[in-house]
Design a protein around this ligand. Structure first.
Ligand code: AMP
Length: 511
């Protein structure tokens, strides 16, 4: 199948509003794929690429969108996938070079679609959920069977391949198995405890530790440790193996975080700990330098019982039974009042943790899912940004300049790079001040935005830095809010992009 055919289908999906009609369209699309194309096609129609991410920065993507088109045969789906695969195996500029010969053969609409796929922003009103229904329909699987299989193998492409190769029965048989790691359950970010849609004894609060996610599998004396990305990291962490072997149950799967500790038993920063994951030699010496402690918070399997369908409350009860030594369990409370919750959050930050996790006690374990069951609330950081533009507000803020474009210096301190927008934290007084002051520095404007010279400095609080192909900087602030206007600072005194990256786990060469 040509890539352009996929773009057509995606367009039709966007225009189709009924859910059933969308499922029919997806089935029709799948019916046209050859076996070789199936795995690629199934990802693409769910709005994703097979590689997940290929870390292409905004600069690279925009270069690809604007290269000249040459004559050539239109690429097939598998060719697109092969190029993306090569790009994912290269670094920096080489990624763009590898993709160029592919992009020159695509029309503008096809290029745009491919970029949306790469950055995971395909807008067609159909994602994995509908594709899953279409697959179940196509192979005559019940909703429950596909849901259960998907929980253990949360990869539509892999499930589809399994169905093609081994049929319906193989998928119906999937359950939790020791030494077959599942993707860990993930958390949604929440700005503050007030944002979590629950109260009282509905949720548990845990320290959000700054370590490495571990999934520990044990069958008798054999122990395997898997990372968040399901890499086998057993050899690097003999002390985790030791702890797992001492537990009173011989067949189990535990989920937790491994933290590094210093001589006094205090947690070390993630950057120090992460060296242990890449280390392959002299493990004993590394163990001495940064000893590691497991902090288990969940149990997925115990003595032949799949725990993932049980509630978190039940899993916590079993965990306490299996991991009796408190030193190996994550600190947790079930706060009866909001004040208790806030105190625990502050205590966690004071101990040098990243924040807290809030987990609904009635929730099941959903491998690979980032649902409304687990929430992470991180401590806020603050930086000084310069304002590069401001958008006119809506509703109550009509006629006022409100959504501020925030910038920081690049590495050289010569250029300003945008890292986010926000209208949060602005008081009426600030809004009035921006509306009268910013137009004085106007460089140009359009219907929505006034772009200004970098003069006004604001102090901004935010919870997280994330990679973002949307901005040239390659990163964006999450939950940015204005704390105050820094009239005492000039645009030369603001923070730079390196400061921001250091506050995150993103490596400098990734953006
Ligand atoms: P993030 O990497 O910011 O998306 O946060 C999710 C990660 O926090 C998980 O993958 C774990 O590695 C880590 N984490 C730390 N403490 C906990 C905890 N108590 N429960 C779950 N995850 C935790």
């Amino acid at each position: 199948m040509y890539f352009k055919k996929l773009v057509e289908y995606s367009k039709r999906l966007r225009r189709t509003h009924s859910r059933n009609a969308k499922v029919e369209l997806i089935k029709d699309f799948m019916g046209r794929l050859t076996k070789e194309e199936a795995k690629v096609g199934i990802h693409y129609i769910s709005g994703r690429i097979v590689q997940g991410k290929i870390n292409l920065a905004w600069r690279g993507l925009s270069a690809l969108l604007t290269t000249a088109k040459t004559k050539g045969s239109p690429p097939e789906l598998v060719e697109v996938n092969a190029s993306l695969q090569r790009a994912s195996e290269n670094r920096g500029k080489a990624k763009v070079e590898v993709l160029k010969p592919l992009f020159v053969r695509l029309s503008q609409a096809e290029r745009k679609h491919l970029v949306s796929l790469i950055i995971g922003e395909v807008q067609q009103g159909a994602g994995e959920g509908l594709v899953k229904i279409a697959i179940a329909d196509l192979f005559g699987l019940s909703d429950a069977a596909i849901e259960r299989a998907y929980l253990q193998k949360p990869d539509i492409g892999e499930l589809f391949e399994l169905l093609l190769d081994r049929g319906k029965a193989a998928v119906e048989k999937i359950t939790m198995k020791i030494f077959s790691p599942v993707k860990p359950m993930l958390a949604q970010i929440a700005e503050s405890i007030d944002d979590v849609p629950a109260a009282g004894d509905v949720f548990a609060l845990e320290y959000k530790l700054d370590g490495i996610r571990i999934q520990v599998h044990r069958k008798d004396d054999e122990v395997r440790v898997f990372s968040r990305h399901l890499r086998d990291i057993t050899t690097q962490f003999p002390e985790l193996v030791r702890v797992a072997r001492q537990l009173p149950v011989s067949r189990l799967i535990l989920d937790g975080e491994a933290i590094g500790i210093d001589q006094k038993g205090r947690p070390v920063p993630f950057q120090v700990l992460s060296r242990r994951t890449t280390r392959r030699k002299e493990i004993a010496e590394a163990q001495n330098q940064v000893p590691v402690l497991p902090q288990f918070f969940d149990v997925l399997y115990v003595d032949g019982v799949d725990m993932t369908e049980k509630s978190y409350a039940e899993r916590i009860r079993v965990l306490k039974d299996v991991v009796r030594d408190r030193r190996y369990r994550t600190a947790r409370v079930k706060p009866s009042t909001r004040k208790r919750a806030v105190d625990f959050y502050e205590q966690s930050l004071a101990r040098g943790n990243e924040g807290v996790m809030v987990k609904l006690l009635k929730s099941q374990y959903r491998p690979g899912k980032r649902g409304k069951f687990w929430f992470k609330i991180k401590g806020a950081h603050t930086i000084d940004c310069v304002i590069l533009g401001a958008e006119w507000g809506h509703g109550r803020r009509r006629g006022l300049l409100s959504n501020l474009h925030l910038g920081v210096f690049d590495e050289t301190g010569k250029k300003y790079l945008m890292v986010g927008k926000t209208f949060k934290g602005l008081t009426d007084k600030m809004l009035g001040w921006f509306t009268t002051t910013l137009p004085r520095y106007k460089v140009h404007e359009d219907k929505w935005t006034v772009y200004v010279k970098p003069v006004v400095v604001v102090e901004v609080a935010f919870n997280e830095v994330q990679k973002s192909p949307k901005y040239e900087s390659g990163i964006a602030l999450r939950f940015a809010r204005v704390k105050r206007i820094r009239s005492d600072k000039t645009a030369k005194e603001i923070n730079n992009i390196i400061d921001l990256i250091q506050l995150s786990r993103i490596a400098l060469d990734e953006v």
